[in-house]
Design a protein around this ligand. Structure first.
Ligand SMILES: N[C@@H](CCC(=O)N[C@@H](CS)C(=O)NCC(=O)O)C(=O)O
Length: 233
């Protein structure tokens, strides 16, 4: 129910029609729309196939694009027209049988669920701490963003009760340090800040009671990787 309501909000909040390329020709031939980030310091070797990201602009896809941009990973972006039901065509169902975006194909791996994709990228590109306990904390925040923060902000009947429960401690943490787990942006911030940003921009939620959260969102919004991706939507 939450997924539907969030996606409906994503879709309804946009006055702009979806600008999507049809998936079928893209799957039949090499993707035409390449949204590659600069390759200069790319961790990919020249012969390695680029990661493919399947998505749609008014969905959770831009949060994955934000992280790919932060990591400077080149990728091919394949835009699905959700309104035309391209996500339920057999070609995409072979990648995600649930017919939901975002999803990636990286070599032999087909992966969906935005949180799982973010954690995979963090792991693959050596962004996770060495310590088991610190890695567990990062996982905690990514799951918190998807399973607790997002429903608390997006489900109207939960919002009034949940917002102070979720945002008061978050505000306290961000009073002590600039990012969720440390002084450095991590994948935990991609997940948490993305949902805060979606709530602010799509629902016009007022976070002024939580000044450290407001400052945090300003801080992430100033990053060029954010401006080029999620900040554009
Ligand atoms: N929990 C999933 C949610 C995925 C999801 O619901 N995606 C929506 C767009 S926001 C979708 O693809 N909807 C199309 C459909 O269900 O047909 C994630 O974080 O990736």
């Amino acid at each position: 129910m939450f997924q539907t309501s969030l996606c409906k909000t994503f879709l309804a909040a946009s006055a702009i029609a979806l600008i999507s390329q049809p998936i079928l020709p893209l799957l039949a031939s090499p993707p035409q729309q390449s949204n590659s980030q600069p390759a200069a310091s790319s961790p990919n070797t020249p012969n390695q196939a680029k990661l493919k990201l399947y998505g749609s602009p008014k969905t959770r896809t831009p949060m994955v694009q934000w992280y790919l941009a932060e990591l400077n990973i080149p990728y091919e972006y394949i835009s699905l027209n959700i309104s035309a039901n391209e996500q339920h065509q057999p070609e995409f169902l072979a990648i995600n049988p649930l017919g939901k975006v975002p999803a990636i194909v990286d070599g032999d791996l087909k992966l969906w669920e935005s949180g799982a994709i973010l954690l995979y990228l963090a792991d693959k590109y050596h962004q996770l701490p060495n310590s088991l306990e610190e890695r567990a904390k990062i996982t905690q925040w990514v799951i918190f963003a998807n399973a607790t923060l997002a429903p608390g902000l997006f489900l109207a009947d939960k919002r009034e009760k949940e917002m102070p429960i979720l945002l008061t401690p978050l505000n306290q943490i961000l009073q002590q340090q600039p990012f969720i787990v440390s002084n450095k942006l991590s994948v935990a911030d991609i997940a948490v800040a993305s949902y805060l940003y979606y709530a602010k921009s799509l629902l016009s939620l007022d976070f002024s009671k939580y000044p450290a959260i407001v400052a945090y969102l300003d801080r992430v919004a100033a990053r060029s990787a954010f401006k080029d991706t999620l900040g554009k939507r």
